[in-house]
Design a protein around this ligand. Sequence first.
Ligand SMILES: Cc1cc2nc3c(=O)[nH]c(=O)nc-3n(C[C@H](O)[C@H](O)[C@H](O)COP(=O)(O)OP(=O)(O)OC[C@H]3O[C@@H](n4cnc5c(N)ncnc54)[C@H](O)[C@@H]3O)c2cc1C
Length: 391
Amino acid sequence: MSTTMRTTVAVVGGGYGGIAVAKALDDAADVVLIEPRDTFVHNVAALRGLTDPRWTDRLFIPYDRLLSRGRVIRDRAVRVDAASVTLASGTRVDADYIVLATGSAYPFPAKTGTADSATAKERYHAARKALADADGVLLVGGGPVGLELAGEIKAVWPGKAVTIVTRDRDIVPGDYPDEFRAELRRQLDAMGVRVVLGARLREDPPSAAGEAGTFTAILDSGERVIAGIWFPCFGASPVTGYLAGDPASARQDDGRLTVTADLRLPGLPNVFALGDITAIPEAKQAGAAAGHATVIASNVRALLDGEALTAYRPGPPGIVLPLGPDGGATYAPGWEDHVDPGTAAQIRRHAEGRADTLLDLGILDAAMTSQIKGADLMVGDYAALLGQDDR
Ligand SMILES: Cc1cc2nc3c(=O)[nH]c(=O)nc-3n(C[C@H](O)[C@H](O)[C@H](O)COP(=O)(O)OP(=O)(O)OC[C@H]3O[C@@H](n4cnc5c(N)ncnc54)[C@H](O)[C@@H]3O)c2cc1C
């Protein structure tokens, strides 16, 4: 490969997509990864990091062994145009290629809300104590975050009253079969989690989210829910406010960025975008961000070598949704292509000689969900990517 070592690639954001693209280009260019946080945060495990103290430290994985040649600058991009990134410190990083990977913001506890890992850990420990003491828990939002948090709480405190209130007509909106939702509802019911569908709170509870304080929340139906703590489980918003000049014209009304098939901003041959900030019609997932990263790394190499670029093709819809370490369900049509060979063999053995209508629909049960994600929350995979597998 004839790649030059003098090309600078600025990767803005060191989340799931940013670390993957930075690592994949480390040997082909001078990679500069710009990230305000002092460690990578493994958000996939954030909810268990709240409920189980053994997990809190595991969420935070240092960046120091991610790159061999490239460097990580701990700073926030405040202005990005087609050729440079200006940091909050005032420093300007000029780059031949820019990869925008700034992801989305989400309320605590799903995301930490701070760039400092020590502060984030203190917040998780304080919220856990408040949660342990609370008489009941109100979760607002019935998507994957609300459900996963309910499952994690019940795994630690099985007797604690947990109510999920969602304004949607069913749990987990999206392109999933009703049988998948029915399986999750069945498990939530067995755990004693109450789910109120199609309902809104007349107003937010008086106590701050994640802090102790008994309250009575009134739903629009007039129903009352008494709880000792609440958490908002909705409200992802893409982080793209720093764009200036030509790149800013890719911003849509919701803040997401229009991208071309090869994942560049329209009309800007050297600016790529990936992950949660893109307007690609697919579920916003770490797996998708990693898929974008693979295509972008390959396309930057192709540009360096004067070769043709590759188009990104979204995968089939799918989701792994644990309810605690041992529960949950997975929707994975064509699952054989998506799970590791050991898991695939186990699923085949499990299905052999029996009619399994859920499996026929691509729905995997609690045991499989635990094996794919619930038990270890994939922390080992990301520790390995960051060169910290000996931790
Ligand atoms: C609780 C929870 C569980 C989840 N579980 C799963 C799961 O099991 N599987 C799955 O596939 N997906 C899961 N997701 C979704 C997944 O986390 C996101 O889709 C994924 O993080 C998107 O990756 P990203 O690289 O686009 O952005 P992120 O991972 O959000 O990273 C963005 C990075 O950019 C940085 N940044 C922001 N602004 C700036 C700036 N101005 N300058 C520089 N850096 C900046 C941020 O600090 C952050 O590090 C989960 C999400 C949550 C909240």
